[in-house]
Write a protein of this length. Structure first.
Lengths: 121, 366
């Protein structure tokens, strides 16, 4: 949870959409849960500010990659987001691109700086 | 207490959102839910209440920036609809052409860009929802004379300009290269809190806060922000008809009789401030003939008025040599070669003088 471990903005910029789509592909969530899930997954590296997250959610919804509905069955009126079919296709496409990109980076980094360090326990 | 701070933030955010009431309420409700949950979590972790409120709000960033983002998303959505509609009608048109000529029109690269969506300035709650969406681009003067509420706290200039463009439904272009060359940063923070301020006034204040060398002009409905130096290249000559002002002074000195009553009547108030030589020159010819010795009093008054303009707009803007920054008077007309910003100031000044003169001359207007 250390601040200094947060990923640099430039890295996040190109992949935040993909992350949010992935999180919503797991199950429908409301904004706060999306943020929480990202934080868990990132091990402290993903500090997505609310001020960034909500406009992003609204943009994805405007693009019809996700859809929302209000639900108050939990006793509180909440806006839940879920993936649309279009969002699912977009996620799969972006995931393929991302993996290919990561492999490419890996191939370049291997000879340059050696194999990846083992994750800190 | 915490509730109140959230509400203050959300109210401010809503005021800044260029959306209808239902959309604003939905956004406020979603964010309120988040804030409350975040607050509960922080408190569970032992963070004291005050600090928790501060942290939760800080995570949202400043209200102006966030509102601009939400508004932008919604506006873009509408714009896409417009493009889609345009595309649809174009396809229908293309099909008609195909049927008629059996020939595909070339060179058609895409749909016309969607025109700016005009919106009402947000004067309050319900009004924005009733704002009619017109597809017509507004005249630049209209954009500048619009009023809006501005609340910025240490907000980067770039965000403020984006917000501004969004609120008036106009376009703002920033000449990044010129700013870079002048080492002026678009990230420079501005702080400003004004209610119902005119857009041109707001721009003046914003740009002055960042750098005195910044200026803007309006070209074809687009607000262009750049350095004063750069914009000087965009000088234009305008002719201000100030005969009314010069004559008013004469009239108040009791010279009406000499001018002929017809002279006034022919120049309706609607024509005041029109640029160019639309005014009836003949009448003035007559006036000129009516006989004053030496420098015509109206000529003299024109020179005094010119000095007033120079002093009011700021002497540093005027140069005696060269074309740019020149001001001259001729026959009741004042000719100014300057950038749009100075022209606007001249315009505003003359407007104010006319208003003030009108006050002291009640009932004399046709």
């Amino acid at each position: 949870m250390k601040e200094k471990d947060a990923f640099p903005r430039e890295l996040l910029r190109g992949s935040l959409d993909l992350m949010v789509l992935s999180v919503l592909a797991e199950e429908p969530r409301y904004g706060y849960l999306v943020q929480k899930r990202l934080r868990e997954a990132g091990g402290g590296g993903l500090q997505i500010q609310a001020g960034t997250l909500y406009p992003l959610l609204h943009r994805l919804e405007a693009d019809r990659l996700i859809r929302s509905r209000w639900d108050d069955s939990t006793g509180r009126r909440r806006k839940w987001y879920e993936l649309t079919a279009k969002g699912r296709r977009q996620l799969e496409k972006q995931a393929r691109e991302w993996r290919r990109y990561a492999e490419c980076i890996g191939r370049l980094l291997g000879p340059a700086v050696g194999p990846p360090e083992p994750a800190p326990s | 207490m915490s509730e109140r701070e959230f509400e203050t933030y959300l109210t401010l955010l809503c005021r800044l959102l260029r959306l209808d009431a239902a959309q604003r309420e939905a956004i406020a409700r979603e964010l309120r839910d988040h804030l409350e949950e975040r607050l509960a979590e922080l408190k569970a972790r032992g963070v004291d209440r005050e600090e928790a409120v501060r942290v939760a709000l800080a995570e949202f960033g400043d209200a102006a920036g966030l509102a601009a983002e939400f508004s932008w998303i919604s506006r873009n959505l509408r714009r896409r609809w417009l493009v889609r509609a345009t595309l649809g009608s174009m396809m229908a048109a293309a099909a008609a052409v195909l049927a008629a000529l059996a020939m595909w029109p070339d060179g058609r690269t895409g749909p016309a860009p969607a025109t700016a969506v005009a919106q009402q300035p947000a004067n309050g709650a319900a009004e924005a929802s009733a704002a009619p969406e017109t597809a017509e681009a507004e005249a630049p003067e209209d954009i500048l004379s619009r009023r809006l509420d501005a609340e910025f706290i240490e907000t980067p200039l770039a965000d403020v300009l984006a917000f501004l463009a969004d609120s008036v439904g106009g376009q703002v272009y920033v000449s990044r290269k010129q700013l870079d060359d002048a080492a002026i940063s678009l990230d420079a923070p501005v702080t400003l809190s004004l209610k119902s301020v005119r857009v041109d006034m707001l721009l003046d204040l914003l740009l002055d806060q960042v750098d005195e060398g910044l200026a803007y002009v309006v070209r074809d409905g687009i607000v262009i922000v750049s350095t004063l130096e750069d914009l000087e290249g965009t000088a234009e000559v305008r002719v201000y008809n100030v005969r009314d002002l010069i004559k008013l002074s004469a009239a108040s000195a009791g010279m009406e009789g000499m001018m002929g009553a017809g002279g006034y009547g022919a120049e309706g108030a609607g024509e005041y401030g029109a640029y160019g030589g639309e005014m009836s020159g003949e009448l003035y010819g007559e006036y000129g003939m009516s006989g004053f010795g030496g420098e015509h009093p109206s000529e003299h008054r024109a020179h005094v008025l010119m000095e007033v303009i120079k002093a009011a707009v700021g002497r540093k803007h005027w140069k005696d040599d060269g074309d740019y920054g020149a001001i001259a008077a001729y026959d009741g007309l004042i000719v100014v070669n300057h950038n749009t910003r100075v022209h606007q100031q001249v315009d505003r000044l003359l407007e104010m003088m006319r208003a003030a003169a009108g006050e002291g001359r009640k009932g004399a207007k046709p």
